[in-house]
Design a protein around this ligand. Structure first.
Ligand SMILES: Cc1cc2nc3c(=O)[nH]c(=O)nc-3n(C[C@H](O)[C@H](O)[C@H](O)COP(=O)(O)O)c2cc1C
Length: 209
């Protein structure tokens, strides 16, 4: 039974465009893979470990090849638990708004928790960096008020998809589909057409899994 981790990063819930299209993706996937096990991670309803104190020192202990103090080990276990949940999935679906050209801070927090040496990537002088999260499929639904696609002249400001695709690629998730909903702050009729197009792409992407 494939497991899909659905990571939701918009706080707008029923008003969110990225969540609306993600639901279309999930419904399609569930109709073609009736056995898929969906684990939803609502980043606005989840308390992630704060990356300070014993948690950050536990990371530095690993980087310096030192063992953890009991307090660091306890703090690090919370990081490992989040990573275990992430790595236990076969498939990933992300839905996210663009905030100040990048990703909402709750998603950045999640990224800062899961990107860890020895757990999601490794480094050796002989091999360099190696992603440890391999053999997965991922899709992301990006909503943005403006337009950043090819020909808009604003491509360089799209740090939202660059951040997510870059970091997931770094840990080995390279089979990655990107679905954009833009511009969501246009006239309502235009937004409706934009959402309809994104839903079509979500359906064809989910059917191909
Ligand atoms: C804090 C904040 C920052 C935003 N920054 C940007 C931005 O830099 N560029 C942009 O095009 N839209 C920006 N927007 C608009 C959202 O990206 C847009 O409304 C999008 O549809 C939100 O996705 P959602 O409907 O899934 O929540 C911002 C919205 C908020 C609340």
């Amino acid at each position: 039974m494939p497991k899909l981790l659905y990571i939701e990063a918009s706080p707008r819930k029923s008003r969110s465009k990225s969540i609306e299209v993600a639901h279309t993706f999930l419904t399609t996937l569930q109709s073609t893979h009736s056995s898929v096990d969906v684990d939803k991670l609502d980043l606005w309803a989840t308390e992630l470990p704060r990356f300070d104190g014993d948690t950050v020192e536990a990371k530095y202990a690993i980087l310096h090849g030192q063992s953890h103090t009991p307090e660091q080990a306890k703090a690090w276990k919370r990081v490992e638990d989040v990573i275990e949940r992430f790595k236990s999935a076969d498939w990933y679906l992300f839905s996210l708004p663009m905030w100040n050209f990048g990703v909402p801070y709750v998603l950045k927090h999640f990224i800062d928790v899961i990107i860890q040496p020895g757990l999601t990537f490794s480094f050796s002088p002989a091999e360099g960096y190696k992603g440890l999260v391999t053999g997965k499929k991922a899709a992301a639904i990006y909503a943005r008020g403006g337009a950043y696609g090819p020909g808009t002249g604003a491509e360089d400001y799209d740090l939202q998809s660059k951040t997510l695709a870059g970091i997931l690629g770094f840990i080995g998730v390279t089979d990655f589909a990107h679905i954009f909903i833009e511009p969501t702050l246009a006239a309502p009729a235009d937004v409706e057409a934009t959402i309809a197009k994104a839903k079509e792409l979500a359906i064809s992407t989910a059917k191909a899994w």
